[in-house]
Every structure is written in C-alpha cells, then in structure tokens.
Design a protein around this ligand. Sequence first.
Ligand code: PEP
Ligand code: MG
Length: 748
Amino acid sequence: MALETGLQSRTLLKRLKYALSEEGEGQKRLDSVTHLIADSMGTAVCSVYLLVDSSTLELCATEGLDPGSVHKTRLRIGEGLVGLVARDAKPINTDNAPSQPGFRFMPETREERYSSFLGVPIQRLGETLGVLVVQSRSARLFTDDEIYAVEVVAMVLAEMTELGAFVGGDENLKAPHQYSVLIRGGIAQDGAAVGSVLLHEPRVVVTNPFADDINKENKRLKEAIQQLKGDVDGMLNTALKGASDEHKKILEAYRMFANSKSWLKRMEDDIESGLSAEAAVEKEQSTFRTRMARVEDVYLRDRLHDLDDLSNRLLRVLTGQGRAKITDLPENPILVARNIGPGELLEYGRNLKGIVLEEGSVGSHATVIARAMAIPLIINASGITTEALNGDRILVDGDQGIVHLRPEENVDRAFGEKIAMQSKKLERYAELKNVPAITRDGVRIHLLMNAGLMTDLPSLKNSGAEGVGLFRTELQFLARNSIPKRGELAKIYNRVLSSAGDKKVVFRTLDIGSDKVLPYMRPTDEPNPAMGWRAIRLGLDKPGVMKMQLQAFIRAAIDRDVSIMFPMIAQFGEFKMARDNLMHVLAKEAELGHKLPSKVEIGAMLETPSLAFAPKQFFELTDFVSIGGNDLKQFFYAADRENERVRKRYDTLNVSFLNLIKQIVERCDETKTPLSFCGEDAGRPMEAVCLLAMGIRTLSMRPASIGAVKSLILRTDLKELREIINTALISGEQSIRPFVSDWLAKET
Ligand code: PEP
Ligand code: MG
C-alpha cells in the first residue's frame, strides 16, 4: 500500500475519531462526519444512506446535496446506484454517474450537478447497514487509494452504527437491536417458550476501531496471530491423528490460512491506515463474508469459511471475549446459534427452555436431541444471530415457527395466555395417563416412547407410555471423546431396564454415520453419507464395537426380557449376519458361565423400501419389525431428511407412501410378525391414527406426544377412518390428507 494512502486515511480517521467522540445526538454526529469526509477528500458531496428496514435505504446525512432531502430521499435495495452498491455489497466508481446503468434521478437532492460518484457499502461482517457516497462536479474516476480510504471510513461507520453512535436527533435514527423483530423459521420441535437470549457464540464487539498507536496495534496483531497459530497447531495435531488423506488435506489448508502472509499483510495495511488490530481483522472478515455469499464453488466457499472461522478465533484472542459458559446461564435461557452439534447441545442439556437456529435442519442429530428433550426448536430463523443480543427477551412459538425478539407488550401478553392454555391442555392429557388407548370401535393400541438419554426415564411414569419402543443408543457414544467401555454401557442399560420395571424396552444397536459422526471416529468423506457407510453397514464391517455393545445389553438384562433391534437393515443377509453375531455373543456368555436374559427378542428396523420386499423367510425369522419412518420416507422419496428444500415436498399421507405401509402390514400379517412404527410421524395425531387405520397397532414416539395422540385415538373409529382412507387411496388424488382432516373435523 502506498505510504500516502495510509497517511490520508490516518488523518481522516483521526478527524473522524474526534468528531465521533464529541457529545451529542446521532444526527449531529452524522452531519459532522459527512462534512469532514467531504472536506478531507476534497469532494463536493459526502452522503450517508442507512438501512431503515430490511429493504429500504434512507439518506440520513449529507454535505453537498439539498439538506431538505435528508430523511426524505429513500431507495429500495437495488434501486439507483446507491441501491446497487447495497445489493451487490461492492463499490461503484464512475466519472459519469448519470450515464451509468441503474442511475436513478432524484430531483429533490439536486445531485444531477455532480458527475463523479463513488459509493461503498457500510457493512459489518458481511451484513450491509448502509452506503457511503462521495461525489464531485468534475468528471474523474476516484483512485484506488481514495477508494481504500473511503472503505476504511465505511468500516468505522459500520462499527459505530452497531454501537448505536448514530441514534437520536431524528426519529428515524433508531438504535440497533432495540426494536421488536418477528422472524419466521421452520418448526423442528413444537411447543412454546419464553426467556432470555443466550448466544452460543456471542458476537465480538469492537469498542475502539481506531489505532491510537500503530506500532502497538501491529504488535498486538502479531502476538494474537502467534497465539492463534499455537492453538490451531494444538487442535490439528490431535485431529490429524488417524485422519484420512482427504481430511488431512483440508486440515492442512486450514493451518495454511493461519500462516497466510497475504492475510496478515492486508491486516497490517488496515492498521497502517488507522484501524485498531481488531477492526483490521473485522474489515478483512467482512470482505470474506461478502465473497462467501457470492461464491458458488463448494471448495472455495469452504476455504472462505475456514478464514471466517480463523477470524473469529483471532477476534476472541484480541478482545478476550468468549463463548457462552454452561455455568453462566441466564434465567430461562433460549439458545440462539447459527448451528449446533449434538455434543454441544447435550452439554447445555435440559437447562435450555428453547432453541433458535439460523440454519439447522429437521433431520439433524441436534434436532433429534432437542426433540428427545422436548425443547421447542425453530430452525432457519434467518437473521436471528445478527439481531439478537445476549439477555434480550425472546418468545419462541414452536407451533407456528415464529420467533418474537424483544416483543411488544401486547404480543408478550397474548403469548403468555397461549402458554397458559397449553398447560391446561397438558393437564387434560395428564388425566389420560392411566387410561388405556382403545379406539371408539374397541381396538386396543399400544403407545410406547422413544428415548435416548437417562433423563428421559422419568417420562416412562409421567407420560403413560407402556414401555420404550426405541432406545437410541448413539447419544452415549456421541457425548464423549472416546468410545465408552462395555461395563459403563452395561450399567447405563441396566438403569434403563430397572426404571422400566416389567415394561418392555427395545434397544437399538448403534446407528452412527451420516450426520451422526463420533468425535473419535475417523471421518470418511463419503460423497453421500446418508446413503453411505452407516448404521448396520458399519456395525457389520466393524464387528468389535457391535459385539461389545451386544454383550453390554445382555449383561444389563440378566434374568429379564430384553428386545434388541438393528437399524437400517436393507436386505435379509444383513439381518442374518447381525442376528448371528448376537447368537454368537449369547453362546459365548453362556460358555463363560455368565447368567443370561430370560428372553431376547431380535428385530429389524424397516428403514429402506427394499426390506418391505424381502423374502418371506426374513419376516419369519425376525421376532418383530419396527418401521423407522424418518429414514424410510427419505429413501422412499429419494429426499434427504436433512435438506429443508426437498424434505417438505413429500407428505407421509401421500397415497404412494401409504401403499408401501399397506404392503408392510400385509407382509407382517402373513407371517404374524409383530409390527410397530417409531418414526416422528407416530407422534403426530393425524398421521398416527392413519397409520393405525392402515393396520399398525403399536406406535413409539416422543413421550411429550403421547397425550395428544391418545386423546385422538380415544375419539376415533378406526373402521370408519379406514373406509375414508380406502376411498381416498383410489380417488386419484396425491394425498389423503384433505379427506382425513375433513372427516376428523366432523367426526371427532
Ligand atoms: C427413523 O429413521 O424413523 C428412526 C426412528 O431412526 P432415527 O430417527 O434415529 O434415524
Ligand atoms: Mg433411522
């Protein structure tokens, strides 16, 4: 960078710092900022446009344009040159603005007198807050040095906007993060919650963007980079052990970025121009973020993501600001995060009242855990991590998929009433706890619960579940850094069985792979993990872990009945092999003189359509079949359960899927094989009664759903519903849902 540029922007920043430190309202500050930028740069005009809502820019201060147009001139994003700068998050530099494509004539500003135009985005971490414009009468292009100087100033303005420096003096200059915001997202776990925001990764706040002493800032940056490199080395040395070649390459690329000379050089240049070390990191991070939003190439995006991640680490080193601590939770914490892994979520555990994720997906393992803990969860809540501040009041409406951040009083009150009504409903459901689930036409249904955590066990008593129809065993493997020992597992499983008393418990063997990657398992970088080396495939190829787990089940169930099932069985041979493993372990235990369970039932999860078409001998050999509807639906429709875009297109109540269910029921009836359904749909009342009408008699679901499902079962005549479904199945319609919901509205 030319020495002169540094000098120019340094002088400008010094004057800016002085102007910003003066007492006064936001409007006065903005006015003096535009005045001094125009003066320092020798331009006739300097204007600041700020976003007043997500799509409108307003002229908030100007030197040179008609003062009467301030707070009157408004542009939508993409409209006029200013709107284009905001939309594309890229500067526009032209010597003839009126002839530039996209130019919009705004008579009230009288800007037609100015030929040259330079507009740069005011953005913070990739989020556009406004546009800074300089204009001059003579037809000339601004130099690279001038563009750089204006960008540095824009960066400082962004920081100051975020800190609320431009508030007051005009009613349109509102403080950020103080107004109520409504964000719509997707429902991953229903229920309502009220509480305070707990940011999983609180934003680092740069309180001083100015370098008072350039040498000192350079030294701080170098020391922070040194510490970052040490941290990254330590982290990678552990991760590289046992990593595959492909994975090693990615980790090495990450290390390379931490050592990147060009990254360091750019930040040094920023400091030279007058920014503090943390402001320099943030300026470069903002550039990556903007590029990241534009880049289509997955590899490049990932690398930019690496840089973003490294920048966050560097900012934490420089400012000492860190992550949320589990020991430091506010009252009624509602976790707000971009995304979260299952292990991290388990650490927060049931302390959380609700979760709101900017990304996330319905099928992810974090979602499964949130569901297991019945914590309301909203996903795809766009903008939540930039809007929410730690401690903000937040309402999570997991039934509508809406988040109210800093709600107005009337919304808060109405929401409180809704929660009160819900708890009344729950009280009504609780009264049904000991009532057997019998349909109006006298069919006895068995309602079991899904579990996976020790803390689920009290629900066995509270929910009225007749047993555990699916105990997911991977959570004990996911929540630690090394593979659990057989003795430890046997103890855990024994506690599950003891708390179930004489009720049935079905353990599922380890279902990992796909999104459920164990921290100590070597990632395999498969092209399509959901269809890859997972669940039983992994279990059969690595029989050591599977046998250890089978032994743990058996030792936990001495002298009592136990059921064990294998996930993702796609063909008869896999079931035979898995079953043989279990028989072998049983024989070995007997040989060693260990006591055995009184009875072991061995079943298969039907999660791939192929198993519905397996030879009859499979249905004869297996003691029971449990339909894993979440996976079965994903494979039946070829629609990834974690991909929000495709997942929502396909309904459980579609004719094709129900015809598959019909086929499974018939095959099980033929061999008298007990059949149950344990996917999420079992816990949705309308879907549940339809599955029962198709002939299924046992459902396993989240304990929190049992009351609602039972309440509908008690009001349903299955024979009548089956007739409605039979008519709908041959009606030529794609889904039976409208038929059933009409009928339910009339009949129940
Ligand atoms: C299923 O696939 O329906 C199921 C119950 O298993 P999981 O959700 O754990 O994959
Ligand atoms: Mg499954």
